[in-house]
Design a protein around this ligand. Structure first.
Ligand SMILES: [Zn+2]
Ligand SMILES: [Zn+2]
Length: 348
């Protein structure tokens, strides 16, 4: 960037330099381009997708080229301009707004999308970032910085729920009770599910699911799962199975759980970039599968759900770290020891 000198122009950032290695660096603050605002970042949630970047040095077919700042679930404060001082949620996706998908309202499917903390676009684990002004959603005072960061994964849950075409009185299951699954089960409940089942092999996550409103948690072993599912649904299966884990074992449970004619919504990201399930089980039931790509324009709805009390995002957050302890935050998140891990690049 060729800027030098003044301490004011410098900031701290956490860069992923190789798989499993993040480094705290000092570097120039970004300069906002046309239509952009400088934002001081207050909170960043670590996402499952960040953990793929961290653990594998990439995600899907995207690979780490140069050291990258990851993190896209972000809250901050606008630093300068007419909106200076506003607390905002940062929508991490910059779609082109011109292609067929964008014009049809599917901004998440834009082939030209730029995404915070992905590919060559630095993310939010730094003290300042510059981002298009229209993607900074003003948030009310009663939301904490952590709450605001949680609006992004909640948004993914809202989008996944939309793809489930769930009806009032449906029975649903959430397979995988990480942060997105814990948001999903609350969204499904708020949307009028009669019964919300959940499954997760980790005891603390299964417990969190019950705490946040699941009616029952099923055992993850296939035989025990089938028996418990039959008991919970009177042998019928669920109308909608939401999968928010990634591994084939989770996808298989979701496919197993759905009733004939039911829907399976896949939100998880598999480690191996491939998904396998038993075709005959899905085929004989004539299941409809929907795959989740991030989210559409759901920030206002996600915010309304939190403000109205339908979804408690605060209890989905289990750990917080300052920026200089980002390495510890990643280690804890990768070990799946907690729920949502949040890093605070700057503190109020
Ligand atoms: Zn995410
Ligand atoms: Zn587009």
């Amino acid at each position: 960037m060729g800027k030098s000198g003044a301490v004011d122009d410098v900031m701290r950032a956490v860069r992923l330099v190789a798989a499993g290695e993040v480094r705290l660096v000092s570097e120039p603050r970004p300069l906002p381009g046309p239509g952009e605002c400088l934002v001081q970042v207050s909170a960043v949630g670590l996402c499952g997708s960040d953990l793929h970047w961290y653990a594998e040095g990439g995600i899907g077919d995207a690979r780490l080229a140069d050291p990258l700042v990851i993190g896209h679930e972000a809250a901050g404060v606008i630093v300068a301009g007419p909106r200076a001082g506003q607390r905002v949620a940062i929508d991490p996706a910059v779609p082109c707004e011109r292609c067929e998908q964008c014009r049809a309202g599917w901004r998440n499917l834009c082939p030209a999308v730029r995404f915070l903390g992905h590919g060559a676009t630095d993310g939010a684990l730094r003290e300042f970032l510059a981002w298009p002004e229209h993607l900074l959603h003003r948030v009310p005072e009663q939301l904490t910085d952590g709450d605001v960061a949680m609006l992004e994964p909640l948004g993914v849950a809202v989008h996944a729920h939309d793809l489930g075409h769930q009806h009032l009185g449906d029975t649903v299951i959430v397979v995988g009770c990480g942060p997105i699954g814990l948001c999903l089960l609350q969204v499904a409940r708020a949307a009028g599910a009669a019964r919300v089942l959940a499954v997760d092999p980790l005891p603390h996550r299964a417990r969190a699911a019950l705490d946040l409103g699941a009616d029952a948690v099923l055992p993850p072993e296939p035989a025990a799962f089938a028996a418990a599912l039959a008991e919970q649904t009177a042998g019928r299966g669920v109308d909608v199975a939401y999968e928010a884990a990634g591994p084939d074992a989770a996808v298989s449970l979701a496919v197993e759980a759905a009733r004939p004619g039911g829907r399976v919504v896949l939100a998880g990201i598999p480690d191996s970039d491939s998904t396998t399930f038993t075709a005959s089980v899905a085929r004989r039931k004539g299941l409809t599968l929907a795959l989740v790509r991030r989210m559409t324009d759901v920030y206002p709805r996600a915010m309304a759900l939190v403000l109205g009390g339908a979804v408690d995002v605060r209890r989905v957050v289990s750990h917080t770290f300052p920026l200089e302890r980002a390495a510890d935050a990643f280690a804890l998140a990768v070990a799946r020891e907690g729920l949502k891990v949040i890093v605070h690049p700057t503190l109020p």
